[in-house]
Design a protein around this ligand. Structure first.
Ligand SMILES: Nc1nc2c(c(=O)[nH]1)N[C@H]1C(S)=C(S)[C@@H](COP(=O)(O)OP(=O)(O)OC[C@H]3O[C@@H](n4cnc5c(=O)[nH]c(N)nc54)[C@H](O)[C@@H]3O)O[C@H]1N2
Ligand SMILES: Nc1nc2c(c(=O)[nH]1)N[C@H]1C(S)=C(S)[C@@H](COP(=O)(O)OP(=O)(O)OC[C@H]3O[C@@H](n4cnc5c(=O)[nH]c(N)nc54)[C@H](O)[C@@H]3O)O[C@H]1N2
Ligand code: SF4
Ligand SMILES: [Mo]
Length: 692
C-alpha cells in the first residue's frame, strides 16, 4: 500500500483559507485534515471541509461532458465526448462573436478562490474574445468601496493579533459559522479578559456567545456608527494626537455627528439610547486605558441600500480613539489588498481587441440583464453565457427572474461544474470540473496574510478537467495562438505575485509548493503611524473623492429601500424585514447536496419572534409561506426570540431543487443595488409570512 500526505488549500469563499493536509492511500484521498502548523488553521477544519472526501467522491459528481436533451431547467442530459463538447462550444461562440463578441458573457464567482482555477486562464480567454466584462459584485463590493474611501485599501488588523485585543466588536458577522479560525482566537482573547459585543439584528450562534448583543434593525449600522462618534466626541474620548496627525476633516465630522444624538440613533436603529452611549463608552474607555479594541466588521452590514456608507462610517471609529496604535486594535473587513497579485499577467486584459467597444454587466442584476433585448442603451442582448465557479440560479437575487432569463430558448448556456446544480439544469453543454484535490492552484485570502499553494492529491475523477485546462482547450479550438494559452498551471503560478513588491519579494513557487504557505511581508500594526492609501494619506473623515463621485463627503445615514420606517406604504403590506445569512453547514450553495451536511441543517427554516408568530397564529414547526411582490417560498417556522421583533431569518443558501417547493430565499430578494460598488441588497427586504 502506498500512502502520502499532500499539502493543499481550502478553495472556498471563506476568509479562513485553511491549510489542508490530504491523506492519500493508493491514489485515493481518505482524509482531509487541517495543518496543525499553520498559524490560523491550527489543525482545525470546519465540519464542511472535514467532510471533503464525501463531496469529492460523491455519487452525483459530474464526470463526463454532457449535452441537454430535455427542456431548459428540466435537467435531462446525455453524455458526449470532450471533442464534441469543445467543438459545439467553440463553434457557437465563434458564431456569436462574428456578430458581436459583447453578446458573450462569462458568469463566475468564488466557487474556488484560486488564482488559476478562478479567473486566470478563463479571463485570458474572454479578454481575447472581447466578451462583455462581468462586474463581480455579488458579495463584497459595497463594503470594499466604502472601506477604501475612509482607509484607502482593503487591509486591516492581522487576525493573528486577535487574542491580544481587550474589546472585540463583532459587527455584522457570524464567525462561528463563517470565520471559525478568527473565532478560535476570539475565545483566547476572552480567556485573556476581553469583552465581546455582537452587533447583529439576529442572535446568531456567535451573538449568543458574546457578553453583549445589540440587536439593531437591519440596514441601520451607519446610524449606530454616527451615534458612537457623537458620544465619543461629546465625552472627549478621543486620541487628539492621532486625529491631528493622521486624519482629515475632524471639524466637519464633529459638526455632522452633532445631529446624531443617542436618542435619534436609538429611534433609527430600534435599540435604546443607553445601548448607544454604553457602547461608545466601552469603546472609548478601552483606548483610554491604552488597550487594544478590535472591530471585526463583516459583510452582513453591507447587503443593504446604504451598505457602502455603513462600512465607511464604521471604518472611521478606530482613528478617533487611536485604536490603530495597537497591533491588535483597529478594524478588519478584508485583508485582500495585502497581496501583490500579478493580475495583468494572470488575466491579460491587454488581450482585449484594440479599439473594440467594451461593456460591463453587473452580476447582481443578471436576472434583468438576461431578459433585455438589444437596444442602443444596452447594446446586444446576451446570446451566450459561460458559467463557472458559481450557481446564479440559486444565489442571485430575485430568483424567478434569473431562472426566466436562463430559460430563454435563444440563449446558449455552458455550465462548468462539479455537480448538477440549479443552474446546471439550464445548460446546453455541461462540463465536468476537477475539485481542489485534483488540480494545482495558488491562493491569496481575505482573512489572513499567507500566500498558499495547492498541490493535486489525486488524479482527476472520470473525465473531469481543471477550469484552466478547459479554457486552454477552448482557446485552441478558437485558434487563439497567443503563447499565453500554452502556459501550464505551474508556469502561471510561478508568476502569480509581483516579485519586485517587497511584500512578496520572497515568493518562489517551487518552495511555496513544498511549504504550503508563506506570510507576506507587512507591518504588524498597519496604520500605527498613519500611512493610509487615501489621496491625502490620512484616514478621511471628509472625502473629496466621495464628493467627486456624487456621494456625501461626510459620514451619513442612507436608510434601507425596504423598511417599515423608510417605506411605510410597503411596510403596511409586508411588515417583516427578512435576512438570509449563511447556514453553518453550507457554504453559499456549495455542500447543500452533501447528505450528511444537509441532514444537520434539516429543512429550510424561518426563525421568527414569538410575538410576530402569535399575531399570525403560527406555531413552532408550522410550514409557513414567506412572500412579497417578487415571489414566495416555504419554510418550517422556528418560533424563537433569536430573531428580534419585526425580523425573520432564513439561513441560506438552499438548492432550490432540494427544497419541498423547489424555491429558496432569493425568490423574495430584489435586484436593487447598494449605494456604492453596485452590490446586491440581500438583507434589504420586506416580506409577509402566513401559515402555508
Ligand atoms: N458556514 C459558512 N461560512 C461562510 C459562508 C457560508 O455560506 N457558510 N459564506 C462565505 C461568504 S461568501 C461570505 S461573504 C462570508 C459572509 O459571512 P459574514 O460576513 O459573517 O456575513 P453574513 O453572513 O452576510 O452575515 C453575518 C451576520 O450579519 C447579520 N446581519 C444581517 N444584516 C445585518 C445588518 O444590517 N447589520 C448587522 N450589523 N448585521 C447584519 C446576520 O444576522 C449574520 O448573523 O462568509 C463566508 N463563510
Ligand atoms: N439570499 C442570499 N443570497 C446570497 C447570499 C446571502 O447571504 N443570502 N450571499 C451572497 C454571497 S456573499 C455570495 S459570495 C454568493 C455566492 O455565490 P457563488 O459564488 O455562486 O457560490 P456557490 O453557491 O457556493 O457556488 C459556487 C459553485 O462553484 C462550483 N465550483 C467550486 N469549485 C469549482 C471549480 O474548481 N470549478 C468549477 N467549474 N466550479 C467549481 C461549486 O460546485 C458551486 O456550485 O451568493 C450570494 N447570495
Ligand atoms: S470553509 Fe473556511 S473554515 Fe472551512 S476549511 Fe475552508 S477555509 Fe477553513
Ligand atoms: Mo460572499
Amino acid at each position: 500500500m502506498s500512502s502520502e500526505i499532500v499539502r493543499a488549500v481550502c478553495p472556498h469563499d471563506c476568509p479562513d483559507t485553511c491549510a489542508l493536509l490530504v491523506h492519500v492511500e493508493d491514489g485515493k484521498a481518505v482524509a482531509v485534515k487541517g495543518d496543525p502548523d499553520h498559524p490560523t488553521t491550527a489543525g482545525v477544519l470546519c465540519t464542511k471541509v472535514s467532510r471533503y472526501t464525501e463531496r469529492t467522491y460523491h455519487a452525483d459528481r459530474l464526470l463526463y461532458p454532457q449535452k441537454r436533451v430535455g427542456k431548459k431547467g428540466e435537467g435531462k442530459f446525455e453524455r458526449i465526448s470532450w471533442e464534441e463538447a469543445l467543438t459545439t462550444v467553440s463553434e457557437k461562440l465563434k458564431a456569436v462573436a462574428s456578430n458581436d463578441p459583447l453578446a458573450i458573457l462569462p458568469y463566475s464567482y468564488a466557487g474556488t478562490m484560486g488564482l488559476l482555477q478562478g479567473d486566470g486562464m478563463a479571463q485570458r480567454f474572454f479578454h481575447k474574445i472581447g466578451a462583455s466584462f462581468l462586474d463581480r459584485t455579488i458579495c463584497a463590493t459595497a463594503g470594499g468601496v466604502g472601506y477604501k474611501y475612509t482607509l484607502g485599501s482593503r487591509i486591516g488588523t492581522d487576525t493573528e493579533q486577535t487574542q491580544n485585543a481587550r474589546l472585540i466588536l463583532i459587527w455584522g458577522g457570524n464567525p462561528i459559522a463563517s470565520n471559525l479560525h478568527f473565532w478560535m482566537r476570539v475565545q483566547e482573547a476572552k480567556r485573556n479578559g476581553a469583552k465581546l459585543i455582537a452587533i447583529d439584528p439576529y442572535r446568531s450562534l456567535t451573538a449568543e456567545k458574546c457578553h453583549q448583543h445589540i440587536a439593531l434593525l437591519p440596514g441601520t449600522d451607519a446610524a449606530l456608527a454616527l451615534g458612537l462618534m457623537h458620544v465619543l466626541i461629546a465625552e472627549d474620548l478621543l486620541d487628539h494626537d492621532y486625529i491631528a496627525q493622521h486624519t482629515l476633516g475632524f471639524e466637519q465630522l464633529s459638526q455632522r455627528v452633532a445631529e446624531w444624538t443617542p436618542e435619534r440613533v436609538a429611534a433609527t436603529c430600534g435599540i435604546t439610547a443607553e445601548e448607544v452611549i454604553q457602547l461608545a463608552r466601552d469603546y472609548g474607555h478601552c483606548a483610554q486605558r491604552d488597550e487594544a479594541s478590535l472591530i471585526r466588521m463583516n459583510y452582513g452590514v453591507q447587503r443593504v441600500h446604504g451598505g457602502g456608507m455603513a462600512v465607511r462610517n464604521i471604518a472611521c471609529l478606530p482613528a478617533l480613539v487611536g485604536a490603530w496604535r495597537h497591533a491588535a486594535g483597529g478594524v478588519q473587513l478584508s485583508l485582500s489588498d495585502a497581496f501583490p497579485k500579478n493580475v495583468s499577467y494572470l488575466q491579460r486584459p491587454d488581450l482585449f481587441p484594440q479599439g473594440q467597444p467594451r461593456r460591463t454587466i453587473n452580476m447582481s442584476t443578471i436576472g434583468d440583464d438576461l431578459l433585455k433585448h438589444s437596444s442602443a442603451e444596452f447594446g446586444s442582448k446576451i446570446d451566450a453565457v459561460i458559467v463557472y465557479n458559481s450557481n446564479p440560479v440559486a444565489v442571485a437575487p430575485q430568483s424567478a427572474t434569473v431562472a426566466q432569463g436562463f430559460a430563454r430558448e435563444d440563449l446558449f448556456t455552458v455550465v462548468i461544474e462539479h455537480f448538477q446544480t440549479d443552474t446546471a439544469d439550464y445548460a446546453d453543454i455541461l462540463l465536468p470540473a476537477t475539485t481542489q484535490l485534483e488540480h494545482t492552484d495558488v491562493h491569496t485570502t481575505y482573512g489572513h496574510l499567507y500566500m498558499m499553494a495547492n498541490n493535486p492529491a489525486i488524479a482527476a475523477l472520470g473525465e473531469a478537467k481543471p477550469n484552466s485546462e478547459i479554457f486552454r482547450l477552448l482557446a485552441k479550438k478558437m485558434a487563439f495562438d497567443d503563447a499565453c494559452f500554452d502556459e501550464s498551471d505551474d508556469e502561471m503560478a510561478s508568476q502569480a505575485f509581483h516579485k519586485n513588491d517587497e511584500r512578496a519579494i520572497h515568493f518562489d513557487w517551487a518552495s511555496l509548493k513544498k511549504s504550503g504557505w508563506q506570510k507576506v511581508n507587512v507591518k504588524p500594526a498597519p496604520f500605527a503611524e498613519g500611512g493610509f492609501a487615501t489621496p491625502s494619506g490620512k484616514c478621511e473623515f471628509y472625502s473629496e473623492s466621495m464628493r467627486k463621485d456624487g456621494f456625501d463627503p461626510l459620514p451619513t445615514y442612507i436608510p434601507p429601500y425596504e423598511s417599515v420606517a423608510a417605506n411605510p406604504q410597503l411596510g403596511a403590506r409586508f411588515p417583516l424585514a427578512m435576512i438570509s445569512p449563511p447556514a453553518r453547514n453550507f457554504l453559499n450553495s456549495t455542500f447543500v447536496n452533501v447528505q450528511s451536511l444537509r441532514d444537520t441543517e434539516g429543512v429550510p427554516h424561518l426563525d421568527m419572534h414569538p410575538d410576530d408568530a402569535a399575531f399570525r397564529q403560527i406555531h413552532d414547526g408550522d410550514q409557513v409561506r414567506i412572500f412579497n411582490d417578487r415571489g414566495s417560498f416555504v419554510a418550517k417556522a422556528r418560533v424563537t426570540d433569536k430573531a428580534r421583533q419585526g425580523l425573520v431569518v432564513g439561513l441560506s443558501i438552499w438548492w432550490k431543487k432540494l427544497a419541498s417547493d423547489h424555491k429558496n430565499a432569493n425568490e423574495v430578494t430584489s435586484q436593487q443595488l447598494t449605494d456604492m460598488g453596485g452590490g446586491p441588497t440581500f438583507y434589504d427586504v420586506l416580506v409577509q409570512v402566513e401559515k402555508a
